[in-house]
Ligand binder design. Structure first.
Ligand code: FPP
Length: 223
């Protein structure tokens, strides 16, 4: 699994599809999140087994507050439960848990569970499990840049606009530090076609792919 002996991998996962998984089985969306939490347990175990150094999981974005209140409450409760129940075992397995994102808007019980899990597992050196809760990369960048800088001011300094659709030719599937801020809500499209061969037909196919995507921006799409 390791590409070389010195570098430990940092794997980031956008855990998307819980809602659809449940809906296609005639179950409530919350059931999808519950099964998703089981998947988290299994992926964390797998990551430890593979010697992965850090695993960052996108559990709740700032945009997810727009979801129906019962779904949000269910997710908050699931996250609290996960941290309370799993922390002791993760600690025994050498896992350090940290949570990224805002702490001031989550329910108090979850905020306490986060602090407790971070404290209890602080000595872990095997796997760094980072759970993003109420997270936005843009908020993180803003806090890192300076207090008082607004998203609009930063976008103006960057001299650019939001990207809706990012295409990468040539077969690799990564962002390579290209327009990170601007791609916060971009749809991604990866093709093996090399740039010299990327003619109008390929461009049209990519745009047709984009045209049928549902862009929910973290909310539940309108039925
Ligand atoms: C996106 O799927 C997933 C979420 C918003 C929640 C992710 C949470 C979990 C996997 C469970 C708990 C996590 C941890 C770390 C214990 P979606 O609901 O947007 O799915 P959809 O696109 O099909 O609607």
């Amino acid at each position: 699994m390791q590409t070389n002996s010195s570098h430990k991998l940092h794997v980031a996962i956008i855990m998307d599809g819980n809602g659809r998984w449940a809906e296609t089985r005639g179950m409530p969306r919350s059931a999808g999140h519950e099964v998703g939490a089981d998947t988290v347990r299994s992926i964390v175990r797998t990551a430890i087994g593979h010697g992965i150094g850090a695993l960052t999981l996108y559990a709740f974005s700032t945009y997810n507050w727009q979801r129906p209140e019962p779904e949000v409450a269910g997710l908050m409760s699931l996250l609290r439960h996960f941290l309370l129940v799993e922390a002791p075992e993760l600690r025994r397995n050498g896992v350090r848990i940290t949570v990224l994102g805002r702490r001031d808007r989550v329910p108090l019980g979850l905020a306490r569970a986060i602090t407790a899990a971070e404290r209890a597992t602080a000595g872990g050196t095997r796997l760094h499990l980072r759970i993003a809760i109420d997270y936005s990369a843009r908020d993180a960048i803003l806090s890192a840049v300076a207090d008082g800088v607004t998203a609009e001011a930063l976008a103006e300094r960057l001299g650019t606009e939001d990207v809706d659709f990012l295409i990468r030719t040539g077969g690799d599937q990564r962002l390579s530090d290209f327009l990170l801020w601007e791609c916060a809500q971009a749809e991604l499209y990866f093709t093996k076609v090399q740039w010299p061969d990327f003619g109008p037909a390929e461009f049209d196919a990519a745009l047709a792919d984009f045209a049928v995507r549902t862009r929910s921006f973290g909310a539940v799409p309108a039925a």
